[in-house]
Design a protein around this ligand. Sequence first.
Ligand SMILES: *Cc1c(COP(=O)(O)O)cnc(C)c1O
Length: 486
Amino acid sequence: MPNELFRSLPSVERMLTTSTATRLSVELGRDRVRDILREIIEDLRQEISAGSRQISVEQDSGAGDLADVMAATVERELTERAKIAATPSLRRVINATGVVIHTNLGRAPLAKAALDAMSEVSSHYSNLEYDLELGERGRREVHCQRLIARLAGAESAIVANNNAAAVLLVLNTLAQSGEVIVSRGELIEIGGSFRIPEVMEKSGARLREVGTTNRTRIEDYANAITGDTRLIMRVHPSNYRIVGFTSRPSVEEVAELANRADIPSFEDLGSGCLIDLTPYGVVDEPVVAKSIEAGISVVSFSGDKMLGGPQAGIIAGTDSIISRVRRNPLMRALRVDKMTYSALEATMRLYERGVAQSEVPVVRAIAASAEELASRAESFARLLEQRTSFLARLRDGRSVVGGGSAPGVLLKTTLVAVSHARLTADSIASALRRHKIPVIARVEDGELVIDLRTVRQDEETVIIDALAATVSAGLSQEVAAAARDV
Ligand SMILES: *Cc1c(COP(=O)(O)O)cnc(C)c1O
């Protein structure tokens, strides 16, 4: 029998002529399809050797001889594997976790205006480094410069690849071989192993720690100033809070001390809130313009956290500091491309026009009211129960801002707790992740919970379809049977 099976294996070249292979070659390229066929046939060969592949020709199936059955098996397998091969590695997912700036899920989704601008600029030639007035070479740094400066209330601005790069650039530009005074309470590590002391070391600046973990006074800074001091740095402790017996000088006090000593001051703001979000319950997130107004010489913040734009590190400050940063050779290594400039500019214009609350997805998600979320959850639950065999129960819950921003802030929401008589919460969650458009949801106390705060309205039906598919695809025979009864 094994010999017969081996003989019935089709050749790669023959399989390449089938209509399935021809069709898939258009999508994947002929070489890729050939490689997949080679793998399939090799796998079959090994299964036959191991005796684990049983293939029989049913008398009444009309399937023809063994070779035909084998070819059909290979063709079926080819379709399956081609589907996996054609799936991009980086894909869209639906964020049903309620974590607004989810670092693992790509942080901020972009506003429509940002996408349009990016597509327009990137699918054509652009004036990235061309001065249209003068008809000669221009500088890319000019593109968002005035807009950022205006929104931050600063003299000038420049954009780097991300805020980690921005911090490195500022420290290297202003403090290489000198000392930077930082409070011990602000020597933070944020996700992705960004640690202030380590970035400081790489920048060539020396860290001068002052104060204690929970309390630092302005005199601690003052007493640490020497002839080697190049910069006083303040860091927004984004992802953690020291509570209890604590104190830290105000931004005004730090700025004033630095000005008196004729030393520049720098604040790493982390998130980069351009507008006051306290009406929505986001307290503790500093607004960029406030720091500049307080007299800080230069600030930096992320483009894709609270601001809701593309990945970028924005530096805003005095003319003289920004031009020094611009001339730093590191700038060439850390600069951004045209896609970032266009998306950032378009996003910032939404702030300028005062429509960020409705147009910037991150801000819109944060600003969504408890009433709006409750009513969406209600209709979602109703629709889900109508269309599937799932049970949907509403629960009071809390969404978080995430992305290392506003750690203590909990935004009131209504959760949809989804359960099924035959499925565990973990198995539903795992099936949702394997959906065509993967859906990421939380499992809490043995229940799958969906927070619609981070779900776009038009994504709700996708989630319902995904849940329906979870049942009908059948995680087990029993489940498939149960679903048919519904
Ligand atoms: C997030 C953050 C950074 C790093 O910003 P990226 O844009 O992720 O590089 C630096 N400092 C603080 C305080 C942050 O919160």
